[in-house]
Ligand binder design. Structure first.
Ligand code: ING
Length: 305
C-alpha cells in the first residue's frame, strides 16, 4: 500500500503590523478549507504565521515585543483553526513566536508545531539557526533582530511518526544549513516542513538580492536530494510593512525536483501528492547512509572549536 500524503503548502501574503490574529486565522482557515476540499491530508503554513515579521523593527519595550508572542498553544486566537482542522480531518503545521515558562523563567523562541488530524500537537520545534543581529543597526534599510527577540533552540531537531510517515520541521534560515536536513534524515525523517520569511533585500550583501529566489530553491532542492526526503517550503510573501518578502513556496521531491511551486506573492495553496515511499529511491541507493556514509572521517562537522 503506497503512503501518499496529499500535502498543501499554504503560502501567506503580507500580514500588517496591526492585523489582529483573528483576521490572520480567518485567512488560514480559508486556505485550510480549500485544501481539505481538494483532499489534502496536511496543510503547511509559514514561519511566524500569526503576525507580521516583527524582527524587522528595533524595539526595547518588553510589553511591545511580547505582544507578538503566544504564551499558550492553542489559545483563544488559534482555537478556531484547531477546531476547523479537526472537523475537516486535516493535519496542519504553522510557525509562531512562543513564550515558554521553563524552570520559572520565560524563554522566547521562534517556534513551529505539527498538529495531527485529531487536533493533537505531535511535534514542537524551536528554530536552531537564528540569523541577523542582536543590536540596532540603523545602517540597514530594515532590521533583522531575531538574535535579539529569540533564543536559539536548546533541544535541536526532532523527527515524529505521524500521518503514516516520519516528519520533521525546520524554520527559515535553518533551510540554508545542510546539517538541518542530514540531522533529520539520520533521525528517519521522510518529509521536512519549513516555513520562511525571506526579504529580497539582504543588507550585508545587496549584490545577492537578485539571487534570493535561486538560493531559496537551491537550499530546498539540495536538502531534499542529498537526504532523499520531501521538502515543503512555505513563504510569508509579498510587500509586508514596506519590506519585499520572496514567495516561491515549493514542494520538492526526494529527487530534488520541484513538483509544485507558487505563482503569486499572496495567500496561495500549492498542492501535490507526496509518495513517502519515493524516499527509498534515494536512501536505498546513492545516499544509503549505512552503506556509503563515513562519519568517522567527518570529524569537523560537530567539533566545537
Ligand atoms: N530569514 C532569512 C532567511 O534565512 C536571510 C534571513 C535572508 C538570510 C536573506 C540570508 C539571506 O531566509 C529568516 N527569517 O531566517
Amino acid at each position: 500500500m503506497t503512503r501518499i500524503l496529499r500535502t498543501a503548502a499554504a503560502q501567506l501574503g503580507p500580514i500588517a503590523r496591526d492585523e489582529p490574529r483573528a483576521g490572520v486565522v480567518a485567512r488560514m482557515i480559508a486556505l485550510l478549507e480549500s485544501a481539505a476540499a481538494q483532499g489534502a491530508d496536511l496543510v503547511v503554513f509559514p514561519e511566524l504565521a500569526l503576525t507580521t515579521f516583527f524582527p524587522r523593527w528595533f524595539m526595547e519595550d518588553a510589553a511591545e515585543i511580547d505582544a507578538f508572542f503566544e504564551t499558550e498553544m492553542p489559545n483563544a486566537a488559534t482555537m478556531p483553526l484547531f477546531q476547523r482542522a479537526k472537523e475537516l480531518g486535516v493535519a496542519f503545521s504553522f510557525g509562531y513566536a512562543e513564550i515558554a515558562l521553563e524552570g520559572g523563567t520565560r524563554h522566547h523562541y521562534n517556534t513551529a508545531i505539527i498538529v495531527d488530524k485529531a487536533g493533537q500537537i505531535v511535534n514542537r520545534y524551536r528554530k536552531v539557526h537564528l540569523p541577523g543581529h542582536p543590536e540596532h543597526e540603523p545602517w540597514r534599510a530594515f532590521q533583522h533582530l531575531e538574535k535579539r527577540y529569540f533564543e536559539p533552540s536548546p533541544e535541536g531537531f526532532s523527527a515524529v511518526e505521524t500521518l503514516g510517515g516520519v516528519l520533521a520541521q525546520a524554520i527559515c534560515n535553518d533551510r540554508r544549513w545542510p546539517e538541518t536536513y542530514r540531522e533529520c534524515a539520520l533521525r528517519g525523517a521522510e518529509m521536512m516542513l519549513i516555513g520562511y520569511n525571506t526579504p529580497r533585500h539582504y543588507p550585508p550583501a545587496p549584490e545577492h538580492d537578485h539571487l534570493q529566489d535561486f538560493h531559496n530553491h537551491l537550499s530546498l532542492q539540495a536538502g531534499a536530494y542529498a537526504n532523499g526526503m520531501w521538502v515543503i517550503g512555505v513563504a510569508k510573501a509579498g510587500v509586508e510593512e514596506g519590506c519585499d518578502l520572496i514567495g516561491g513556496s515549493a514542494i520538492v521531491a526526494p529527487t530534488g525536483e520541484i513538483v509544485a511551486v507558487a505563482q503569486t506573492l499572496g495567500d496561495e495553496l500549492v498542492i501535490a501528492d507526496c509518495d513517502l515511499d519515493r524516499c527509498a529511491e534515494i536512501r536505498s541507493n546513492i545516499f544509503d547512509f549505512a552503506k556509503h556514509r563515513r562519519p568517522e572521517v567527518y570529524t569537523r562537522l560537530t567539533a566545537r572549536d
